[in-house]
Design a protein around this ligand. Structure first.
Ligand SMILES: CC(C)(COP(=O)(O)OP(=O)(O)OC[C@H]1O[C@@H](n2cnc3c(N)ncnc32)[C@H](O)[C@@H]1OP(=O)(O)O)[C@@H](O)C(=O)NCCC(=O)NCCS
Length: 207
């Protein structure tokens, strides 16, 4: 089964299409991964097309196993057809605990399209789908984790109504700063921020 989602155009931005990654996206993936900001915040860095193809295969296996829903983000033309290469990524990763009703989201956009609200629009569409109609991975809650100094990621969480749930401790040396755990639930209820440190693992891999 191939899941394709879309976000409507806005007054200033074109429609988005979200579809599973394909082998032919490998070149665009490697190009996106050359960006220093992406390298700073992602734990996976794809340097060669062979690595990118392997990564795409893993995403497809995640779909097949029902444990990882990975979407390439594409901008659409006026006729809603995809235009150009993927400009970003949204992923939903199942918890390692099979009894858990929560999963974690991750995302990035290419350097050339940042600041146009693409990540929050794409994440919102995926969040609605995951917490709504889909039956592949029954979920009641989505977790979003980011380093406290990743302000752009925090803005994406806020724009997508992922409420700040707790501040997570740093885990040096790999992760020197504290993190934020944001949460969005099925009913979209805004959870009250907590000042105490949470129990969630931090940080996790956003790729
Ligand atoms: C975080 C990220 C996905 C945001 O994507 P986006 O499509 O630019 O999202 P937005 O357009 O809503 O911008 C979000 C914030 O990014 C910052 N921003 C704006 N223009 C920017 C630009 N040209 N370059 C970098 N950041 C920019 C702003 O703080 C903005 O918030 P604002 O709208 O309140 O001003 C993107 O910066 C990214 O890919 N970062 C690297 C990977 C990463 O950090 N992923 C998340 C890991 S937890």
């Amino acid at each position: 089964m191939t899941v394709i989602l879309s976000a409507n155009p806005t007054a200033s931005a074109s429609a988005l299409r979200l579809r599973p990654w394909r082998a032919e996206d490998a070149t665009a993936l490697v190009t996106a991964h050359r960006d220093p900001l992406l390298r700073r915040w992602l734990t996976t860095s794809l340097v060669s097309e062979a690595e990118a193809r392997r990564w795409i295969d893993e995403q497809n296996q995640g779909w097949a196993d029902g444990v990882r829903f990975s979407f390439a983000i594409l901008e659409c033309g006026s006729d809603k057809n995809e235009v150009g290469d993927p400009v970003g990524h949204v992923v939903v990763k199942a918890s390692v605990d099979p009894t858990s009703a929560s999963a974690e989201v991750g995302y990035w956009t290419s350097a050339t399209v940042r600041g146009r609200g693409i990540a929050p629009r794409a994440l919102d569409v995926v969040s609605r789908w995951v917490l709504g109609s889909q039956r592949l991975m029954p979920l009641a809650r989505l977790d979003l984790l980011h380093a406290v100094d990743n302000h752009a990621s925090c803005r994406v969480a806020e724009k997508c109504r992922y409420a700040l749930r707790s501040v997570l401790p740093a885990q040096p040396p790999a992760f020197p700063t504290e993190g934020h755990l944001h949460v969005r639930t099925r009913r979209n209820r805004l959870l009250r921020p907590e000042s105490k440190q949470g129990q969630a693992r931090y940080p996790s891999i956003h790729q």
